[in-house]
Write a protein that binds this ligand. Structure first.
Ligand code: THU
Length: 127
């Protein structure tokens, strides 16, 4: 799967963001080990703590469709280069990593940057 395609889908998803409070739209696109693709955007609430990040929205759609292993995720915000996943989303990603981990794909200028989940969350919690 071309990671540029995942990023394009993350960019498209960010356009559906509901972020009237932060005005910080985010889109995400997850690729599972079955080569299925799921997108998500952040959606906020007037009770601010109920906000759901784009990454967890996309992961939730994958899980609801029966997927369990994620091999890559693209994350995008028009507001910043390299929109890194928050700590909570890193832990949620960690739960569903494939045997090759998860490639985390960010947009930097016209190019992409790549990280592994183990790099962004060393010693992630596991039962
Ligand atoms: N946000 C995400 O969707 N993903 C991240 O990894 C960082 C933060 C959202 C949550 C909130 O709606 C807005 O960005 C500002 O924090």
């Amino acid at each position: 799967m071309d990671y540029n395609v995942l990023m394009e889908k993350a960019i498209e998803a960010s356009k559906n963001s509901y972020s009237p409070y932060s005005k910080f739209p985010v889109g995400a696109c997850v690729l599972t080990t079955n080569d299925k693709i799921y997108t998500g955007c952040n959606f906020e609430n007037s009770s601010f703590g109920l906000t759901i990040c784009a990454e967890r929205n996309a992961i939730g759609s994958a899980i609801a469709d029966g997927e369990r292993k994620i091999k890559a995720i693209a994350i995008y915000s028009p507001n910043t280069d390299n929109c890194y996943p928050c700590g909570a989303c890193r832990q949620v990603l960690y739960e569903f990593k494939s045997e090759n981990g998860i490639d985390i794909i960010l947009k930097q200028g016209d190019g992409l940057t790549y990280y592994k989940i183990d790099e962004l969350l060393p010693g992630g919690f596991d039962l």
